[in-house]
Write a protein that binds this ligand. Structure first.
Ligand code: HEC
Length: 473
């Protein structure tokens, strides 16, 4: 099945959706030891409630292990390691300040707004105050016997050996210098039947150059054709697969972690599809080669519901050159009763803030996502802690703001008018919504998953309406 969008950038499944960083880190779940949990910042500089000094081994190391070290260790995305006492002590003040202003750990949704999200790595108020009192106390080490055991990082597959491993068919050579490369590689799955998967895990072949990875599903051979017309392995494409696709497989960026979907829910991978693996390479100064792999985990429990991606998209905006705050809106009309599991916001370099909310029949509204300070480097999918029921007739709205004045992230200097498009210098305005059909139970004899078809038809009707509106202008 293909879609009518010639740019291949949108489809009901969220297509090339940057379900990307399919969730930054898991570790953040378990909470650190409860000592002093009710204590606020302690200005006395030394002692916490009950007179105990805040120490590295007892109070700080557990938080670093849980929330920081998977990025701040050698060969990971963090610019310096925070693995030893000396490394942490040297930066005690910085650590307290980035934790305090919530710039670390990186997590875009504004705290305290919108629904609770799964895998939210944000520190608790008690953890923030522990960093602060530790810094103020002069970063004492404390007693070795208080230290938690070291954390073992999975260097292989974090979720165990996948059921199917797919690899770039040949290595790709990244030149020593030059601009960043956005390259799509075609990897055939050779699947004989449709599959439901519960997780995808990525293994970048060369972390020195791989900045992020996204993957899309193509059942038409369009990716192969594009590959054939572009010399060298793969073909160039910035924020999408560059061809119409049938869905996506999320993605990877340094520091993220993988999760299974809840039991009973699967993500479809159609028979005979090709994976279009889009890799963003950042040259290092030395010539490097990469051969990235991904692993699919099949659903082991009976699949009752299939996850599909609808979207609210505005592809007709213009951001005038020099304007620092331009609002762009989009909507998605919910066609049948669904349960929303998560959202993926998508903008490029000029994005500034992003908000999604649902308006229910009757007028009540409910927040879905709030990002006050958009960072294009931390594209992510945000899963709700609990599914949110969206009845037929509800409207999902998105309101995005863009900054097209002169600033370091603006790809154009001086700024120029920017509209919808797939390359670095263009913009996008999409809010993907991952939904399952309410009440669907595919284990019931004869029950078919028709949600994809419903979304496709809705999308086609909208495309036709848009086209005739344009023709009538
Ligand atoms: C997902 C990966 C990731 C996690 C988790 C993470 N960091 Fe970072 N950290 C980075 C990156 C990347 C940078 C450099 C770019 C930036 O500043 O955004 C950074 C920068 C920093 C800086 C320097 C900031 C500056 O302005 O100079 C400090 C300090 C820091 N991190 C501390 C922490 C602490 C403390 C934690 C845990 C509470 C943490 N980080 C968790 C990736 C991460």
């Amino acid at each position: 099945m293909t879609y009518g969008d010639p740019r291949g950038d949108r489809s009901p499944r969220g297509v090339w959706a940057i379900a990307l960083l399919a969730c930054l880190m898991v570790a953040a779940q378990s909470s650190a030891p409860a000592a002093d949990d009710s204590a606020g910042p302690r200005r006395d500089g030394r002692k916490g409630v009950g007179g105990s000094t805040t120490t590295y081994t007892k109070d700080i190391l557990p938080i670093l292990q849980k929330s920081c070290m998977h990025c701040h260790r050698s060969n990971q995305v963090g610019p310096f390691p925070l693995e030893t006492y000396e490394q942490a002590k040297k930066r005690a003040d910085d650590i307290a300040s980035v934790a305090g202003d919530r710039s670390m750990p990186p997590w875009q949704p504004a705290s305290g707004k919108g629904p609770r999200l799964k895998h939210d790595p944000s520190l608790t108020a008690a953890e923030l105050s522990r960093f602060e009192s530790w810094a103020m106390a002069g970063a004492p080490r404390g007693d070795e016997k208080d230290a938690p055991p070291p954390v073992k990082y999975a260097e292989g597959w974090a979720l165990g050996t996948p059921d199917m491993i797919l690899e770039m068919t040949e290595p790709f050579e990244v030149p020593a210098s030059g601009p960043d490369l956005y390259r799509c590689f075609v990897i055939p799955t050779n699947l004989r039947r449709d599959l439901a998967i519960s997780a995808v895990e990525y293994q970048p072949g060369n972390r020195r150059v791989v900045h992020h990875v996204m993957a899309f599903l193509d059942t038409t051979g369009a990716g192969r054709d594009k590959d054939a017309s572009d010399p060298g392995p793969g073909y160039t494409s910035y924020s999408s697969a560059g061809v119409p696709v049938e869905g996506d497989l999320g993605g990877w960026a340094a520091g993220n972690s993988v999760h299974h979907l809840p039991d009973g829910i699967g993500r479809p991978v159609p028979a005979y599809s090709d994976v279009l693996l889009q890799v963003h390479y950042h040259p290092t100064g030395k010539r490097e080669t990469d051969r990235t792999r991904l692993g699919l985990h099949f659903c082991k429990k009976p699949v009752r519901q299939m996850l599909h991606w609808a979207n609210a998209t505005n592809d007709r905006f213009k951001l005038p050159a020099g304007q620092a705050d331009v609002e762009v809106k989009a909507t998605w009309n919910v066609p049948v009763d669904v349960e929303a599991l998560g959202v993926t916001p998508h903008m490029h370099q000029l994005g500034r803030s992003f908000r999604m909310f649902a308006v229910f029949p009757g007028g009540r509204t409910e927040d879905l996502l709030h990002i006050d300070a958009w960072d294009p480097n931390w594209q992510n999918t945000y899963y709700f802690d609990k599914p949110i029921t969206l009845p037929k007739g509800a409207i999902v709205k998105l309101v995005a703001h863009y900054d097209n004045s002169a600033h370091p992230r603006n790809p154009h200097s001086p700024p120029k008018a920017v509209g919808w498009g797939p390359s670095v210098g263009d913009e996008m305005c999409v809010g993907y919504i991952g939904v399952v059909k309410k009440g669907q139970d595919l284990t019931r004899p004869g029950e078919q998953d028709d949600l994809f078809e419903i979304l496709t038809k809705q999308y086609m009707r909208k495309t036709i309406r848009d086209q005739s509106a344009r023709a009538g202008r």
